[in-house]
Design a protein around this ligand. Structure first.
Ligand code: BTN
Length: 325
């Protein structure tokens, strides 16, 4: 974690988790071992992430109304078998992926880490992931025992999130291969799987899930504003983030148990039904370059089977696709 991130986290903790609704900037600075200028810069960063706070001319920092996800209630409500038996909640982190990795040695299969905001949230292909307040940013640590490709598992989790979103909002989302969720062709959620191997054996998988839940999409950086959406934008009102988080964990737990008991064909079939990429002409970007092809099907490991102009059919494991028609 960068020192900026540490200071922002410490400042956010004092303001949003402390007993006092108002704190002098000087007091905030000394509590977080920063200069008043550094504390002010941290406040500015937190504001950009949507934290409701005000700094008066007299140098008083005031917290306005803020409703974090209720992690204790979530733990109490969940009756899942594997995912979510342990839930960790943080206010502001660099990335939930990294925060969960730190707990890795003591964290059991299914441990979940949620944060209200991320400073350096990341997406696939080393892209950054904008993570302001109002989203659902979480990572799940898994130690699967079923020896099949974890790409199936992330596809199955994408399907699980579409089920959860539907159950809370009645909005149908689709999967854009490999595991983006879209509504009206705009991205509403994404997944990131980071695996660690010991030799050939998967030691653990950390799956990150980011859902644009209650986010004013005008907040998004310009580049993604045109291509993304949020559930609140689609619905015209905020959703209950506690409920959606619970439903996501329940649906993921269901898919994980199906995977672990070997029902991968069934999971793949569901992913095929939801996958909007199949049957389309797509532009593929891989580490080796870009090309146009036709997306035919999902292979047995969740790979995209694509037909090149030459007629050859190739499997794509790690790539980004843009739908052309
Ligand atoms: C993508 O679509 O490229 C994947 C986005 C994954 C974002 C989530 S948010 C929670 C977790 N922590 C991160 O830093 N990234 C993932």
């Amino acid at each position: 974690m960068s020192p900026h991130s540490e200071l922002e986290s410490a400042v956010a903790d004092v303001i949003f988790l402390g007993n006092e609704r108002k704190v002098p900037l000087s007091g905030l600075a000394s509590l977080t071992r920063a200069t008043p200028d550094q504390a002010k810069r941290a406040l500015d960063e937190l504001k950009k992430l949507g934290y409701p706070l005000r700094l008066s001319r007299a140098g008083i920092v005031e917290r306005l109304s803020f409703r974090p996800i209720g992690a204790q209630q979530l733990t109490a409500d969940l009756t899942t078998e594997r995912i979510g038996r342990r839930i960790e909640w943080r206010l502001h982190v660099s990335s939930t992926q990294d925060e969960l990795k730190r707990l890795e040695d003591e964290a059991e299969d299914g441990a979940v880490l949620l944060a209200e905001t991320q400073r350096t949230g990341r997406g696939r292909l080393s892209r950054s992931w904008f993570s302001p307040t109002g989203g659902i940013w979480m990572s799940v640590l898994l130690r699967p025992s079923w020896p099949r490709s974890h790409q199936i598992l992330t596809l199955a989790f994408a399907a699980a999130v579409t089920r959860a979103v539907y159950s809370v909002t009645k909005i149908s989302s689709l999967i854009k291969w490999p595991n983006d969720l879209t509504i009206r062709s705009r991205k509403v959620a994404g997944m990131l799987a980071e695996a660690t191997y010991e030799g050939n054996k998967l030691r653990r998988l950390i799956v990150g899930i980011g859902v644009n839940a209650n986010i004013n999409t005008m907040r998004f950086p310009g580049t993604i504003r045109r291509t993304s959406t949020s559930l609140s934008r689609e619905l015209g009102r905020d959703i209950d983030r506690n409920l959606l988080t619970r439903r996501i964990i329940e649906e993921m737990d269901h898919s994980y148990r199906r995977f672990e008991s070997g029902h991968t064909a069934e999971l793949l079939e569901e992913a095929r039904r939801l996958c909007s990429t199949l049957g389309r002409k797509v532009r593929v970007t891989t580490t080796e370059g870009r090309f146009i092809c036709e997306a035919l099907d999902l292979g047995d490991d969740g790979q995209l089977m694509a037909r090149l102009n030459s007629g050859a059919v190739i499997p794509l494991y790690a790539a980004d696709v843009a739908h052309l028609r």
